[in-house]
Design a protein around this ligand. Structure first.
Ligand SMILES: C[S@@+](CC[C@H](N)C(=O)[O-])C[C@H]1O[C@@H](n2cnc3c(N)ncnc32)[C@H](O)[C@@H]1O
Length: 281
């Protein structure tokens, strides 16, 4: 094969050069559409439309996407819509049940995209610390977002908590001690997350990408650089390739600190893109 032919071959995805280029911008604005009724109960899900853009960039049709903390299954729903297979893990049985119901309906709608629609996607109830035991097939792409530490439990979220509690919606994920969103001490939380991503890396095939969507978090008047810490620590075993910054511009501004201190309204997340490097390939 000539050099120029090889250059033109797209080994990563099925996008046109134009769509490839569009995705290369290092920031984007994505305002999540209103949530469907069945998934309102989950306190923090990411939009399927956003997931689909990432999945279509980092995989080819038919490849396998993993979300080790899948919640109500947004990444897997997006995988099915894109004609990719999916596997998800979540600790909380209630979310796993919601995800399974949603996925059944979604695979039915998109059954023409799969040879075996029933085997296309599955949701496991379990601890992400066991990913290497729960997922046996090599994974082509990981798209995931962790609990943002114990943010849902902290001061400053009282109004949101009250509003959600009034509607009988969850205000945090669970009381399970294995839920990393219940770890109080920041360094312990970070260590536990890094340990989870280490076993997730084990199931990735060489040269597969992983995207972690995360924010820096504030507590007690101080910023804890969760996104930057994860970039550095996970970067010790998966190469940190770059970041894409997800901005939201449809959120109501709150007057935090007005008149006495600088406190921002944080309306951006980091999408950290890692790759499993392989010296032999
Ligand atoms: C930010 S949410 C993910 C939301 C998901 N991306 C969605 O769109 O629905 C984080 C999830 O991590 C789960 N989780 C927390 N600790 C876990 C653990 N040790 N193993 C598996 N899942 C865990 C929580 O139940 C929660 O659903």
């Amino acid at each position: 094969m000539s050099n120029s032919r090889r250059r033109r071959e797209n080994r990563l995805n099925a996008l046109s050069p134009r769509d490839w280029l569009k995705f290369q911008k290092s920031w984007f604005v994505h305002n999540p559409p209103p949530r469907e009724k069945g998934v309102l109960t989950h306190p923090a899900k990411f939009p399927e439309s956003l997931c689909q853009e990432f999945i279509e960039f980092f995989t080819k049709p038919g490849q396998l996407v993993l979300d080790p903390m899948a919640g109500t299954g947004s990444a897997l729903i997006a995988a099915v819509r894109a004609g990719r297979r999916g596997v998800g893990i979540d600790l909380v049985p209630k979310y796993v049940e919601i995800a399974r119901e949603r996925l059944q309906a979604e695979t039915e709608t998109h059954r023409n995209l799969f040879e075996d629609p029933h085997g296309a996607v599955r949701m496991i109830c379990g601890d992400a610390r066991q990913t290497h035991k729960l997922v046996t097939e090599p994974v082509d792409y990981v798209l995931t977002s962790p609990p943002y530490w114990d943010m849902l439990r902290r001061r400053g979220f009282e109004t949101q908590r009250r509003r959600r509690a009034d509607q009988a919606l969850d205000v945090w994920y669970s009381e399970d001690p294995n839920d990393v969103g219940n770890v109080e001490e920041y360094e312990t939380f970070l260590e536990e997350l890094v340990a989870i991503y280490r076993v997730v890396a084990e199931v990735m095939r060489p040269q597969a990408y992983a995207t972690i969507i995360v924010k820096n978090v504030k507590k007690g008047g101080r910023m804890f650089p969760l996104a930057w810490d994860l970039g550095r620590r996970v970067g010790e075993f998966l190469r940190l390739r770059d970041e894409k910054i997800w901005c939201q511009d449809n959120q109501r501004l709150a007057p935090y600190g007005m008149g006495y201190a600088w406190v921002s309204n944080t309306m951006h997340h980091y999408c950290l893109n890692f790759r499993k490097e392989c010296s032999a390939c």
